[in-house]
Design a protein around this ligand. Structure first.
Ligand code: PRT
Ligand code: MG
Length: 215
């Protein structure tokens, strides 16, 4: 039985490549350069399935991939249905934050019970976070460049990922609240784990070992 691993190009692939190599998974085509979306590897019966970062949980949920690697941001937004999350790989780390324009008094707005317009691609996480605080929000779904929204009056605040903070600074935004720390997790299709346990269990253990050694 073939094992498929759902991976996204860019950050996740970059930081996963050393782990894959340690697990003995060497792609036959350079995943970043090839236009192929299914990439065979030197490890027999293991192939990479190249997906958009936010689509990784969906491929694994429906069993189109047995394993995958996805950020906790994407997993929380997806909800995690049908997924087993055995490992925090400790890679692609950042924080999900609320940020506002420097001249926007977030604390005061919250205190006064103002209704906040929040631009984000994490609509679900945003709703849950603010509901738990008892703050009313209108999430506005964007697909990227959330930092722009407060600058042009589309939103009062954004919910986005922050690593160095350079993007916020460059746009006169300041982080005002952390929602959660984020790093990439290994995800496994729950049914596949039962059906293909003999193949999957050693792979999962190898990922765990590689991630521990990388720390
Ligand atoms: O590009 P695409 O639309 O396909 O998806 P994507 O943008 O979600 O993918 P990608 O590859 O950019 O990110 C994949 C995963 O990397 C995310 O789901 C996170 O789990 C993780 N990750 C870690 C990050 C960051 N750090 C990060 N800093 N993803 C995005 N960013 C962005 C952030 O959104 C902001 O625009 O980088 C900018 C901030 O960075 P600093 O360093 O300026 O603070
Ligand atoms: Mg991106």
């Amino acid at each position: 039985m073939t094992i498929g691993i759902a991976l996204s190009k860019g950050r996740i692939l970059e930081e996963t490549a050393p782990l894959l190599a340690r697990v003995g998974i060497r792609p036959k085509d350079h995943p970043e350069r090839t236009r192929k979306l299914v990439v065979e590897t030197e490890r027999p019966g293991v192939r990479l399935i190249i997906v958009r970062a936010s689509d990784a949980p969906t491929y694994v949920q429906y069993g189109a991939a047995d394993l995958g690697i996805a950020g906790k941001d994407v997993l929380r937004e997806h909800g995690g249905t049908g997924l087993y999350q055995p490992l925090d790989l400790g890679i692609a780390a950042c924080r999900m934050m609320v940020a506002v324009r420097k001249d926007f008094d977030y604390e005061a707005a919250v205190r006064q019970g103002a209704r906040l317009r929040i631009a984000t691609k994490y609509v679900q996480v945003t709703r849950e976070h603010f509901a738990a605080k008892g703050v009313h929000v209108d999430p506005i779904r964007l697909y990227g460049s959330m930092e722009l929204a407060p600058l042009v009056g589309l939103a009062d605040a954004i919910v986005d990922l922050v690593s160095t903070g350079n993007t916020l600074r460059a746009n006169n935004l300041v982080p005002v609240e952390e929602i959660m720390p984020v790093s990439a997790r290994l995800i496994v299709n729950q049914a596949a784990l039962k059906m293909k346990r003999a193949q999957l269990q050693p792979l999962i253990e190898a990922f765990g070992e590689a991630a521990r050694r990388a720390r």
